[in-house]
Ligand binder design. Structure first.
Ligand SMILES: *Cc1c(COP(=O)(O)O)cnc(C)c1O
Length: 366
């Protein structure tokens, strides 16, 4: 560690950014993860120099040696966050310090250099500043920010790398699960695959966790489902989370439950925010294990009335049906319930500056 937290970003603006009319065309219906902005943030790390060479520069392909450690041993982590346009024309991030902290924690688990949180925040702020024209107008639009870091050292020996490249790219985003309307998504319970084992990397936001989830996700699609839901690796009994979203259950007595952070699930910032909102709204929320069998039984008896998934990209998504090798069950009447809708709109209203922000979550940039 160099302790050089006072890095300044050198600004090298794009020589030929996308013209305004072409940008407007691309922003009409951006979908997710396809429409990228003009710039990116880059910071380098080496063991001898620490964090250095910070820039905001034209978005461009990277040049990597084929022996770059990440290509072999997968030292890679990322974050996902959004910049929103506020009612008054300002621009804000939602709880970016939480992303900065989690990024450092993910780095620690993957034996990578830990980026100081103020450099993380500055990189994001500077990129949004220069590319703010890429935030789509209209309902549900946002600029999705993807900070990430990987082992760039040219070396095939197995040990933590001594060089890392940290970048932030940005992508215009519309609403995520387009077209489902009020209907809930259908989940596939994977029998064959688990996502994360005790002592593993389940709580780190690393690309490897996603690689491990893709075959299960493909299985979900093959069975006509939208997303996979994982059970725990040890007992194959406890509901954990989706491939990239946490999960909540709503009961007929008005209480909520979500699986606890035991190291095998990702500590979602949306999850944490919803816990806080629910408790502030007088609801009882338990962070406790919930068994798949119990889920099925509670859905059948009517004790379980709603379930939803949550994460930065899709915010809150209602779960309508759960399918597995031994059949299917429906939750409530299969559409978004009252509590799900209320929590979703409360959170979105705070994020967009339509409601007061009692927890100090909205980080106004400009
Ligand atoms: C990012 C992520 C989430 C959601 O986290 P948020 O901070 O709410 O976006 C949930 N599960 C996994 C596996 C994730 O990678």
């Amino acid at each position: 560690m160099s302790g050089d937290d006072k890095l300044t970003f050198r600004l090298e603006p794009h020589a030929a950014p996308v013209p305004a009319d072409e940008r407007a065309t691309r922003l009409v219906s951006p979908g997710f993860g396809r429409v990228f902005t003009d710039h990116m943030a880059v910071v380098r790390y080496s063991e001898d120099r620490g964090w250095h060479d910070a820039r905001i520069q034209a978005r461009a392909p990277l040049e990597l040696d084929p022996a770059a450690a990440v290509l072999h041993y997968a030292q890679e982590i990322f974050e996902g966050m959004k910049a929103y346009r506020l009612e008054d024309g300002g621009t804000a991030l939602f709880r970016p310090e939480a992303n900065a902290r989690r990024f450092r924690q993910s780095a620690e688990r993957m034996a990578m250099a830990q980026l100081p949180e103020d450099i993380f925040l500055e990189s994001v702020r500077r990129l949004v500043e220069i590319d703010r024209a890429w935030i789509p107008g209209g309902d549900g639009g946002s600029l999705y920010l993807r900070p990430f870091m990987f082992a760039s050292e040219t070396f095939l020996g197995v040990r933590p790398a001594k060089e890392y490249l940290y970048l932030v790219i940005a992508s215009a985003a519309g609403a995520y699960f387009n077209g489902t309307g009020n209907a809930g998504i259908t989940l596939w319970v994977s029998d064959n695959f688990t996502r994360a084992a005790p002592g593993g990397t389940g709580a780190a936001k690393c690309g490897g966790n996603y690689a491990a989830s893709l075959q299960a996700q493909a299985e979900a699609i093959a069975h006509g489902c939208d997303q996979v839901v994982f059970v725990d690796a040890a007992e194959r009994r406890w509901v954990e989370e989706l491939g990239g979203m946490n999960i909540f259950f709503v009961f007929d007595d008005g209480t909520l439950a979500t699986p606890p952070l035991t190291g095998t699930i990702l500590p979602g910032i949306t999850r944490d925010s919803l816990l806080t909102l629910a408790r502030a709204g007088g609801l009882t929320v338990r962070e406790e294990p919930y068994a798949l069998d119990q889920w099925r039984a509670d859905a059948a008896s009517g004790r379980l009335v709603e379930a939803f998934a949550c994460g930065t990209a899709a915010v809150v998504t209602s779960i309508g049906r759960v399918r597995g090798a031994d059949g299917e069950f429906t939750i409530g009447n299969g559409v978004a319930g009252q509590t799900t809708e209320r929590l979703r709109s409360e959170l979105v209203a705070i994020q967009r500056g339509h409601a007061p922000d009692p927890h100090g979550w909205v980080h106004r940039l400009f």
